[in-house]
Design a protein around this ligand. Structure first.
Ligand SMILES: C[S@@+](CC[C@H](N)C(=O)[O-])C[C@H]1O[C@@H](n2cnc3c(N)ncnc32)[C@H](O)[C@@H]1O
Length: 290
């Protein structure tokens, strides 16, 4: 009964989500929602082809379960590239009032080297609940948070990576308590220069998908929807990771909660405000690397 109520609340229109509505990003809620959403998410996954460097489907389930637990009105994504996660979100929220804003600055040169962002923009143009910005997220995310004041906001960072991703989450969370959670991709311990230790020790961390509990329960989605040999090939020459562990644990999605649970700066592991302001400045000058 409780689950049914949670699900209903998650899918009602944004008029349900008044600024003071109670949202609950807890590990238990995310697991409970993942179990209930699994059937629907499975059907959506079957429609979304895996894109190179995209998120695993088991990670997408974690992201959308967190978004549902937070009763988001708005999802902000940094790092569109081939648009796999953007499409998963757009399809998942299609027919509701939830808006998805996805941002890519072409830092990785996917557009300049082959037109990927234009292709993605064209493919995603059919989703009326999604808007694509070609911008630096360090600039665009605070702007979008301010433009959506009073709404429940979720943030997903799939680029920049590592410490810059932590900073971008910090900037978003410190901008407003409307930001109910931030998710960071590529946090598994098998990456070189991994931020797994920082994520494990961050008092804000709610869920890490590379943990056995998540992999064992939802890893079957990746086996079903991703061609393992193509996936192996894509990462074969990647020296930034341990191949065998990568296939077992995945790139890893970490979810942290927002400033309404602990004000920003008060949680153990919060990047310091000085660091945040430095990265903001660099972002504006376009020197941030992710
Ligand atoms: C791994 S790809 C994203 C994959 C995508 N989410 C998917 O599921 O297909 C990372 C992207 O992040 C973008 N990126 C990195 N830093 C950025 C920043 N500061 N602002 C906007 N985009 C950024 C890169 O240009 C790159 O296209």
């Amino acid at each position: 009964m409780m689950l049914f109520m949670l699900l209903n609340m998650a899918f009602m229109s944004s008029s349900m989500s008044t600024p003071d509505s109670t949202v609950s990003i807890t590990r238990d809620n995310i697991y409970a929602l993942a179990d209930s959403l699994l059937g629907r998410f499975h059907n959506i996954s079957a429609m979304v082809p895996y894109q190179d460097m995209g998120i695993l489907f088991s990670e997408g389930l974690a992201l959308l379960s967190a978004a549902s637990a937070a009763q988001v009105d708005v999802m902000l994504e940094s790092g569109t590239a081939g648009g796999q996660s953007a499409e998963l979100m757009a399809r998942f929220f299609e027919g509701t009032n939830v808006k998805v804003f996805t941002i890519d600055s072409d830092l990785m040169k996917y557009e300049s080297s082959g037109g990927l962002l234009s292709q993605t923009s064209k493919r995603l143009s059919r989703f009326q609940n999604l808007k694509f910005f070609r911008e630096d997220s360090f600039k665009q995310i605070p702007k979008l948070i301010r433009a959506n004041r009073g709404k429940n906001i979720g943030v997903f960072v799939d680029g920049p990576k590592r410490v810059l991703a932590m900073r971008l989450c910090g900037i978003a969370i410190s901008e407003s308590r409307d930001v109910k959670f931030c998710a960071i991709h590529d946090v598994s311990p098998h990456w070189s220069r991994s931020i797994a230790t920082e994520m494990e020790n961050w008092e804000r961390t709610v869920l890490l998908t590379y943990h056995n509990s998540w992999r064992e329960r939802y890893g079957h989605l990746d086996k079903e929807f991703i061609d393992e040999s193509a996936y192996r090939k894509m990462f074969a020459s990647n020296t930034l990771l341990d191949q065998k562990k990568h296939l077992t644990f995945g790139p890893g999605l970490g979810i942290i909660f927002g400033g309404d649970v602990i004000p920003y700066g008060k949680a153990v592991g919060d990047p310091s405000p000085q660091t945040l302001s430095i990265s903001r400045g660099r972002g504006r000058r376009g020197k941030v690397r992710g």
